[in-house]
Design a protein around this ligand. Structure first.
Ligand code: IMP
Ligand code: MG
Length: 181
């Protein structure tokens, strides 16, 4: 497994994004929607660095099995309309791959009439896009690689790695997991 972004790379970029969001939204309250489970580390760091007035809500969708998308999106945790209507909303995602998940989420939130709606994703695999959607703010653009760590999982494992790594031969991760930390 290769390290793609170190803990330091991530910290630096997340701070930049927080500052950018504050510059654009600082005068008004923002409702940040963290998508569970993948975006949780990113959302925590982004919000700890964010200096403006902020609320946090959580959504849970599932769409992935192993390294291939199952293609089916399920909403496992919803949000009440009171928390969204007439508010500035930013969806915090871990990664945009085919874009189907984000398209679904965007539609779900749009139906609740937010004042504004933007998407902030830590990672973007642009070359894999199938749905017509782009994040408004993005941490890093990456090639078509399966990544783990800093919230991202492979079958629910490796989310707690403090860096972002690439799975080339997934079988090898287990051997590297404890030694590379
Ligand atoms: P999409 O619907 O194809 O855009 O998939 C989005 C979701 O798939 C993300 O929120 C992740 O949970 C998951 N996903 C996509 N690529 C990766 C990856 O490289 N590593 C881990 N999870 C991924
Ligand atoms: Mg996800």
């Amino acid at each position: 497994m290769k390290k793609l972004f170190t803990k330091k790379d991530i910290e630096k970029r997340v701070k930049e994004l927080s500052n950018q969001l504050y510059k654009e939204y600082g005068k008004e309250e923002v409702v940040f929607i963290c998508t569970l489970k993948g975006a949780v580390f990113f959302a925590c760091d982004l919000l700890k660095n964010y200096k403006g007035e902020a609320r946090i809500e959580f959504l849970r969708v599932s769409s992935y099995k192993g390294t291939k998308s199952s293609g089916k999106i399920e909403l496992n945790l919803s949000i009440s309309k009171d928390n969204i209507e007439n508010k500035n909303v930013i969806i915090i995602e871990d990664i945009v791959d085919t874009g189907h998940t984000l398209k679904f989420l965007k539609g779900y939130i749009e139906d609740m009439n937010p004042k504004s709606l933007k998407i902030c994703s830590l990672l973007d695999k642009k070359s894999r896009r199938e749905a017509d959607i782009e994040p408004d703010y993005c941490g890093f653009e990456i090639d078509d690689l399966f990544v783990i760590g800093y919230g991202l999982d492979y079958n629910q494992k490796y989310r707690n790695l403090p860096y972002i790594g690439v799975i080339d031969e997934w079988k090898n991760i287990v051997n590297y997991y404890y030694t590379i930390l």
